[in-house]
Design a protein around this ligand. Sequence first.
Ligand code: ATP
Ligand code: MG
Length: 589
Amino acid sequence: MSSPSKPNDGAPVVSNFIRNIVDADLASGKYAGRRWSGKPGPGPQQQAGQPDPAKIRTRFPPEPNGYLHFGHAKSICLNFGLARDYGGQCHLRFDDTNPEKEEQEYVDSIVDAVKWLGFDWGPNLYYASNYFDFMYEAAEHLITSGNAYVDSQTAEEMRATRGTLTEAGLDSPYRNRAPAENLDLFRRMRAGEFADGAHVLRAKIDMKSPNINLRDPAIYRIRRATHHNTGDRWCLYPMYTYAHPIEDALENITHSICTLEFEDQRPFYDWLLGKLADGGLLARPLPQQIEFARLNLTYVVLSKRKLIQLVDEKHVDGWDDPRLPTLVGARRRGFTPEGFRRFADMIGVTKADSLIDMSVFEECQREHLNESALRRIAVLDPLKLVIDNYPEGQEELCEAPNHPQKPELGKRPIPFSKELWIEREDFAENPPKGYFRLFPGNKVRLRYGFVVECTSCDKDAAGNITAVHCNYFADSKSGTPGADNYKVKGNLHWVSAKHAYGCEVRLYDRLFTVPNPGAGERDFLLDINPAAKQVISAQLEPALREAAAEDRFQFERHGYFVADRADSRPGAPVFNRAVTLKDSWTKAK
Ligand code: ATP
Ligand code: MG
């Protein structure tokens, strides 16, 4: 279908160390003779035929214990992007080994988010919990082959004998239990004979290993908790580090890509799969774990703990708050899947930790929005403009292009009448130097409409300007021959007051005021940007009344906006600002 050099989203594929590994593996025929591991069961083993040696398999393995964020988007684009570019497959797999924290609500939102980003797992949607039977059998195999034992020390004792980075650990007094005794205890653990925490099953590797992850890691613990998928069937749950490699192997994953913090786990990953393959429970070649640097972004937090805190303490309005770097938030904000994919392509993957500037992300979004969003007119801070010499009751249509770079998208009519809304900042009674907009005696063009000359303004008792007056030149209409006779410097946007759609608009901005919120010991909540959400009443061109939820527009001179998918009603959309037209952060602050 596609070759490694296939462009995606218009950008040429830039090679990276992971692609180099994939290329080498395919060239060396590493996967020739590959077959499914395990019994036909709930995983892809039930698919007809053996796996194709020319096809890679990757996976995105979220734990359903929270909403996905921008960091996950990097991993999703990487895993699904590799599968797409190499004509392979990417599985969506829920790593649901921790029953206390996991919920169906999270499963549903993750499914939606991955789809929204534009990726498709086909039939390959799996759950770690589907493999609990196999994992249990594999544990019995480790016990009978002398590679695992039941430890009856308390959690406290185990911690105390684990050693440190510089000191070896100590063997548990239970380490040399006979396999038959271990097996008996393990089966009784499963049968529910013991209290939570009374015993754990540990891999028997090496308490003196310089890698702490190899010091007899726990692989099963007793937990009486109801699982979102398996209910109360189990009171014994596998540890993530044990479950994950087995899931990969059962699904015939070729390249198991994870973030750098798992690098020290790789020896255990290989140890475990090696033992199970030696015992005939898994087929070789086995999956290979590859680590890459996680996404860190300025002006946001991506830690699950901090995101939960922001939501729970109501610093934001829920998980889909457009200020949050969650994918549900991004969607409401008006960011686009294409923008995310572009961003992922642009930052690439490396092994070196780095901090990406938020402006890089925003620029990717702007680029795609600029190409795709239709242009509309919005007055965000309305001030009345009265055209004194325009006949009372008269109205006419002006024409505005839907996209200046894409004439094929056509034009739309916008009504013009005697009273218009203009931006408050587009009038100055006493203009500063170099001000080309409206002030008494100055002429400007009302964009797509007429040239007007400002005459005066009205004020209230407090001296606030309440309306501006002008006269228009009837022969100056844009698109008519007379238009060229008028040379003016200012070109202002407007909407007809009588026809305008007045509605709520939310101006969103970055959630934090500093690049690295909570740097050092500082409480990150102190860095929240109080101006990250401003709610205003705006006057929009009438066509916007018909906008459907999630329609995105460029409001000329202002930025990119979307009809909010949560709060819009048919015929009454409200709009969220995704991003301004230009970056005001990099230079100004
Ligand atoms: P937890 O602490 O609950 O494990 P997590 O953010 O790692 O949090 P997972 O559901 O385990 O959440 O993540 C799913 C996948 O997304 C993992 O493969 C993980 O490595 C990847 N991932 C998570 N955060 C980032 C990030 N900031 N950049 C890139 N990938 C990430
Ligand atoms: Mg994780």
